[in-house]
Design a protein around this ligand. Structure first.
Ligand code: IMP
Ligand code: MG
Length: 187
């Protein structure tokens, strides 16, 4: 299988340190404690590392959506689990693993905007810029991808597999389909 390293564990930590500083600087003088919302499940590993480098008090929460099947977005976003925090007048920072078409993050941004927050900001580890279908302003970006490669590891999955790889690789679509055999044998 042809796979190529996109980000190593130490590169990921360097990105988290930089973003942690940027976020801390942005939210250091808020009236209400900001809430960092991780988008389940993909953003879990990234969020857990990122928050270690945020140097001001924050609340943590999670929201869950789904839109992807295999290596393709279905184009329809579904809310599976909502947050429990009162976001009124609070800064909300959404943490994503990757922004691709932009549909998921725009859906989530609109979801939070309807709860009268102070503002909704977006932090993503990866920005797949060329795949964008909806214009999306990203406030904190870890790594900009050129091209439309399919990535795996550090939260990023293929049909729920390989989220636990501690670094990020890119694989080609034909290769990734061979993983279906693993899923097929999971009776
Ligand atoms: P969007 O709604 O098209 O922006 O898709 C965002 C979501 O699709 C991400 O949160 C991921 O769950 C998933 N996704 C997009 N690109 C990839 C990829 O290269 N590998 C794994 N998941 C991806
Ligand atoms: Mg995701």
């Amino acid at each position: 299988m042809s796979e190529q390293l996109v980000l190593s564990e130490s590169q990921i930590i360097d990105i988290c340190k930089r973003l942690g500083k940027e976020i801390s600087e942005t939210i250091k003088s808020e009236d209400k404690i900001p809430v960092i919302v991780g988008v389940l499940k993909g953003a879990m590993p990234f969020m857990m590392d990122l928050i270690k480098y945020i140097e001001v008090p924050v609340y943590l929460d999670f929201i869950q959506i789904c839109s992807y099947q295999g290596t393709k977005s279905t184009g329809k976003v579904q809310l599976l689990k909502d947050t429990s925090f009162d976001c009124e007048d609070r800064t909300v920072i959404l943490v994503e693993d990757i922004v691709d078409s932009g549909l998921s993050i725009n859906f989530l941004k609109n979801h939070f905007l309807s709860h009268n927050p102070k503002r909704v900001m977006i932090c993503t580890l990866f920005d797949k810029k060329e795949a964008r279908k909806v214009p999306t302003d990203i406030d904190f970006t870890g790594y900009v991808l050129t091209g439309n490669d399919f990535l795996l590891g550090y939260g990023l999955d293929y049909n729920e597999l390989f989220r636990n790889i501690p670094y990020v690789i890119k694989v080609d679509e034909e290769d990734v389909k061979r993983y279906n055999e693993i899923l097929h044998n999971d009776k």
